[in-house]
Design a protein. Structure first.
Length: 191
């Protein structure tokens, strides 16, 4: 019987490839895989589950086993997907409705759980992800501040600039001029 595994720290296409390789190497057929979860062809035994957890941990991932952690990871994975891996999808999504529908729970419950487990709100997590995406786009130097603002769902370059300065202590223009543009791994963005 197919089983869905929930996995923390899957934040990019290379993460998906890495997790798929681990599961395939352990003799499982991967039926489907996306950020935060993988569906395998059979239910693993306790010993196999421990082996999966161990191999994933060696690669920087964590196998999630309790429902609350799974929900928080689903929220994080979906926000990362919308901000970093979707072409302007963040613009077309009412995040609270989207997360409620995805998880199958009311947004206030999801929000309270996320805040209690992560120490920051879903909104703050989303802002931090957007700032990280702005840093990435600024580093490339191909888009204007207005284009970046639009791409990541801000109403204007001024709004992006104000939020960027609040979170980083500098304007996007100042960041762009830095020689050493510090960026954070997506799975370590918090507070």
């Amino acid at each position: 019987m197919p089983t869905v595994l929930h996995i923390k720290n899957m934040v990019c296409p290379r993460c998906i490839e890495s997790v798929q390789q681990v599961l395939t190497d352990l003799g499982f057929e991967v039926l489907g895989i996306k950020l935060g979860e993988a569906e395998i062809d059979k239910t693993p035994s306790s010993e196999q589950l421990e082996n999966i957890a161990s191999k994933l941990q060696q690669k920087g991932f964590e196998l999630l086993r309790d429902r609350k952690s799974v929900i928080v990871e689903q929220v994080k994975s979906e926000i990362i997907k919308l901000v970093h891996h979707s072409e302007n999808e963040i613009l077309n999504v009412n995040l609270s409705s989207h997360l409620s529908q995805l998880i199958g729970a009311d947004y206030s419950s999801i929000s309270n759980l996320f805040s209690s487990m992560e120490g920051l709100t879903i909104e703050k997590f989303t802002i931090l992800q957007k700032i990280e995406k702005a840093k990435e786009l600024l580093s490339y130097g191909e888009l204007t501040a207005s284009e970046i603002a639009f791409k990541i769902g801000y109403s204007s370059a001024a709004h992006l600039s104000a939020q960027f300065k609040k979170e980083t202590g500098m304007t996007p223009g100042q960041y762009k001029k830095l020689k050493d543009k510090s960026r954070n791994p997506l799975d370590q963005i918090h507070k």
